[in-house]
Write a protein that binds this ligand. Structure first.
Ligand code: SF4
Length: 258
């Protein structure tokens, strides 16, 4: 299984399917994964296989690394479209996440005005005031909801705490018209259980979440690389287009990555 772990605080820029030229920021351990989900498709691998390093980078080291790259971005890498917090797990778990976002916005305004600030998050910490406020300040809070059914979320994303979709929807209220919903569609089999997140009855329930939470944009995608769980398969582009179609008809901006 090919796992991608980022061993630096700042990595890239990489060409992102959805965000363009993206300078990545890893607030997680450099030699391990740290997440409160354990998704079957996680490019960082399963939590149990990469839990040897739990050290989070220090605030000042993060800021020094971001400052250096942004101050010199013209020489080092040219134009960047986005500064993206992602990396080896869930970035909002970093205890200084909000302070790091404030400083990054300051540095972006000084040295890379054209770049957006994006965070890829599983949304588990948006009930925390500091995390919520930080995510509301940035350009692209990209929040994952992979299904409208908790049993499917438990199967696919495997939250390591008591997950509640009802709470998630409640916590997304301040993000109406602001957040980007990110949803993975896939099929396959895990531990003998058939998985198909494209079943129309389930997709219909997922549309209801879209209408309730009103994202500014929706990113639907499918697996792109090898996944830690074997026996997962991609969903075809026409199937993703079919899922997107009623949303586009209702005026939502939807991007599809296959
Ligand atoms: S939420 Fe993201 S980092 Fe965490 S397990 Fe899922 S894909 Fe991996």
């Amino acid at each position: 299984m090919s796992t991608i772990l980022f061993n630096q605080i700042v990595f890239g820029p990489i060409k992102s399917r959805r965000l363009g030229t993206s300078l990545g920021i890893n607030l997680l351990p450099s030699h391990g994964k740290f997440c409160n989900f354990d998704c079957l498709y996680c490019e960082c691998g399963f939590n149990k296989d990469f839990n040897q390093d739990k050290t989070l980078p220090k605030y000042q080291d993060v800021i020094d690394a971001i400052s250096y790259k942004l101050m010199n971005h013209d020489q080092l890498m040219g134009k960047i479209d986005t500064i993206t917090f992602s990396g080896n797990g869930e970035p909002t778990l970093h205890p200084d996440f909000h302070k790091i976002i404030d400083k990054t916005l300051e540095l972006r305004d000084l040295f890379a005005k054209e770049a957006k600030v994006s965070v890829l998050t599983n949304g588990s910490m948006i009930n925390r005031e500091t995390v919520k406020n930080a995510l509301l300040k940035i350009d692209n809070p990209i929040i994952k909801i992979d299904s409208a059914k908790e049993d499917l979320i438990y199967l696919l994303d495997r939250p390591q705490y008591k997950y509640s979709l009802e709470n998630m929807i409640e916590n997304l209220k301040p993000f109406k018209n602001k957040y980007i919903l990110q949803t993975m569609f896939l099929k396959g089999n895990f531990n003998g259980i058939e998985i198909d997140s494209t079943i129309s009855e389930d997709v219909n329930l997922w549309y209801e979440i879209v209408y309730k939470t009103n994202p500014r944009e929706i990113m639907i995608y499918t697996i792109d690389r090898e996944t830690p769980a074997k026996d997962l398969t991609k969903v075809s582009i026409p199937e993703l287009e079919k899922i997107a179609s009623p949303l586009i008809e209702r005026g939502f901006k939807v991007s599809i990555s296959g």
